[in-house]
Unconditional design. Structure first.
Length: 255
């Protein structure tokens, strides 16, 4: 095979593993007559620009040296221009963490890549376009939202150095956070319910006290009139409302 490949190398892939293993793997490709132009990325997202510029220069064969993130950036650098300007070819040198896409086809990794490139083996692959509020993106492997995306983000941010085990740690960390959030929401609902119950009780007690005060006041007037009719000639200090107080804590009951 004599066609030249534009190789995008992500030395940070696989927690730095790619940067250590790539020189030997690329040397094996060159030893088998595969022509390469190699560029390295220095920051996230740079692979998009590098692939887009290479496609504009006339490259149609690309090699992702890294993991799934590296191939994702290359795909988004090729499209949408590749829809109208000729189909590109994308090969994988799997030196990243997950290498999920290539594993769907083989478990041989680098050896499979070297053999496929030497033979010129190719197969068609669908490219999926997702349009969203801020634009569009392209992917060939998978698109995750929700928990799966959160777990992957956690693994990339905190557990990348653990390799494949980092994804398991990301899942466990997100599960723990979900449990914490569920407990927090449950406790909050209980607190809100308790506050609502207290407010209801205060309103009931307030209405009861108001109703009891009216009834009690009316009863005191009734008793006062009755007492005045019975002891009308008693000395003035013996006033009916003062000598016949009624207990206030309960509502008036005629029984």
């Amino acid at each position: 095979m004599t066609e030249r490949f534009f190789a995008v190398l992500n030395p940070a892939a696989g927690g730095g593993r790619c940067g250590k293993l790539a020189p030997a793997a690329l040397g094996r490709l060159r030893a088998r007559g595969i022509k390469l132009e190699i560029v390295q990325t220095t920051r996230p997202g740079e692979g998009v620009t590098l692939a887009r510029n290479a496609y504009a220069r006339g490259f149609r064969n690309f090699l992702a040296v890294g993991g799934d993130g590296t191939s994702y950036e290359i795909v988004n650098g090729l499209f949408p221009e590749a829809l109208a300007s000729g189909r590109p070819t994308l090969a994988f040198l799997p030196l990243g963490t997950g290498n999920s896409f290539l594993r769907d086809f083989t478990a041989r990794g680098v050896e499979h890549t070297i053999e496929a490139l030497r033979k010129g083996s190719r197969r068609l692959c669908d490219v999926i376009r997702l349009r969203h509020a801020d634009g569009e993106l392209y992917y060939i492997n998978m698109l995750n939202v929700g928990f799966a995306a959160d777990a992957g983000e956690m693994a990339n941010r905190k557990f990348k150095r653990w390799g494949e085990a980092g994804y398991i740690l990301g899942v466990l960390a997100r599960l723990a956070r979900l449990e914490h959030q569920a407990r927090h929401r449950r406790d909050r609902r209980q607190r809100l319910a308790a506050k609502a119950e207290c407010r209801d009780r205060e309103q009931i007690v307030g209405r009861a006290e108001l109703a009891g005060g009216v009834a009690l006041e009316g009863q005191q007037r009734v008793v006062a009139r009755h007492a005045a009719s019975v002891v009308g000639d008693l000395p003035k200090p013996f006033s009916a409302p003062a000598c016949l107080p009624l207990p206030r804590p309960c509502l008036f009951s005629p029984s």
